[in-house]
Design a protein around this ligand. Structure first.
Ligand code: ADP
Ligand code: MG
Length: 311
């Protein structure tokens, strides 16, 4: 029997937990939590892993801005750097866990991936995507760039256009057919626009959840798991009435999204991505915490999205 294709989208907390300094040792320890589960799941699923880069790409920006004697690189290059950085960390951690499980030769590859965006996307007119360090007070954030308020605190914001197509979709499909574990679309992919027959990078960060939904649509994915730092999608989040949704139908999820229950730049794109995935013939979609990926797949954790056919 064909193994189902499982896409796991890892959030920023896969590497750095809230309140941590984020040393490399901490990052590798944190990463072991989802990767151990994914290693076990690879016995029964074909695996694609995508990941965010908001803390990392923001740190790279700060690093280069603090060194005026070195030429500044645009965001597109910094996103590419985070794909190499995080791709290496995921790949090497996964390799170790597969070895521990006695599956030493499972092929894994991290792909530099770029994603086409529309230069006319209205998202270019306002920054919505929070990146980099989180500041408790607005006045603590460095001046000179847009700052937005998020449930976690104040953060720098950059523009975040929608993904139109994943440039390496054919390559990814081929690799999955060959049973490679593929790490791709890191940080939402390197944003590029098409100019005639050429691609050129743009100064933006694509949301990794929306890029993952696009990837799923173009490559063919059966199950989509978004792993983050909360147990699932909640109603009235940040209030005393907050309640996590165990199950939600597509219709209800759309209504809550329109009603503003899930903000842009965090939970909004996750819910949007799950809706899109199921509408494009995906079988199962869920949002869960990073330590409960396997439990969510068993239907015992997270927010499960009920598609048109139900399950
Ligand atoms: P990731 O790095 O996993 O993509 P994000 O910060 O982008 O994480 O999104 C997860 C965050 O969304 C949570 O930590 C939470 O603060 C925020 N959030 C906002 N609204 C909601 C909601 N309705 N339900 C759950 N989490 C929410
Ligand atoms: Mg996010």
């Amino acid at each position: 029997m064909q193994k189902p294709v499982l896409l796991v989208a890892l959030g920023g907390n896969a590497l750095i937990r809230k309140g941590q300094e984020g040393t490399l040792t901490q990052q590798f320890q944190n990463l072991a939590v989802p990767i151990r589960q994914i290693a076990r799941l690879s016995a029964t699923h074909k695996i694609i892993i995508t990941h965010g880069n908001a803390p990392q790409v923001g740190s790279l920006l700060l690093q280069q801005e603090s060194c005026p004697s070195v030429a500044k690189l645009p965001l597109e290059i910094l996103v590419a750097q985070t794909q190499g950085w995080i791709g290496y960390m995921i790949e090497s951690t996964l390799d170790s866990h597969l070895m521990e499980l006695g599956i030493p030769f499972h092929p894994i590859v991290s792909l530099i991936s770029y994603v086409v965006v529309d230069p006319k996307d209205p998202a270019f007119s306002a920054p919505t995507k929070p990146i980099g360090p989180i500041y408790k007070r607005k006045k603590d954030a460095p001046s000179g760039y847009p700052i937005i308020q998020t449930p976690k605190g104040y953060r720098r914001a950059v523009v975040s256009p929608r993904p139109v197509t994943i440039v390496e979709k054919r390559e990814i499909k081929r690799l999955i057919e060959e049973d490679f574990i593929v790490i791709c679309c890191g940080g939402g992919g390197i944003p590029v626009i098409r100019e005639g027959r050429a691609f050129s990078g743009v100064d933006a960060v694509i949301d990794k959840d929306l890029a993952s939904a696009k990837l799923a649509e173009e490559v063919g994915v059966d199950i989509f798991v978004i792993a983050t730092d909360v147990p699932g999608a909640a109603l009235d989040f940040s209030t005393e009435q907050a309640r996590f949704l165990k199950k939600v139908t597509l219709k209800k999820a759309e209504q809550y999204l329109v009603a503003g229950q899930f903000p842009a730049g965090s939970m909004g794109p996750k819910v949007d991505a799950c809706i899109r995935f199921l509408k494009n013939n995906g079988k199962r979609a869920m949002i869960t915490s990073i330590d409960a990926i396997e439990k969510a797949l068993e239907g015992k954790a997270g927010t499960q999205f009920i598609g048109l056919v139900g399950h």
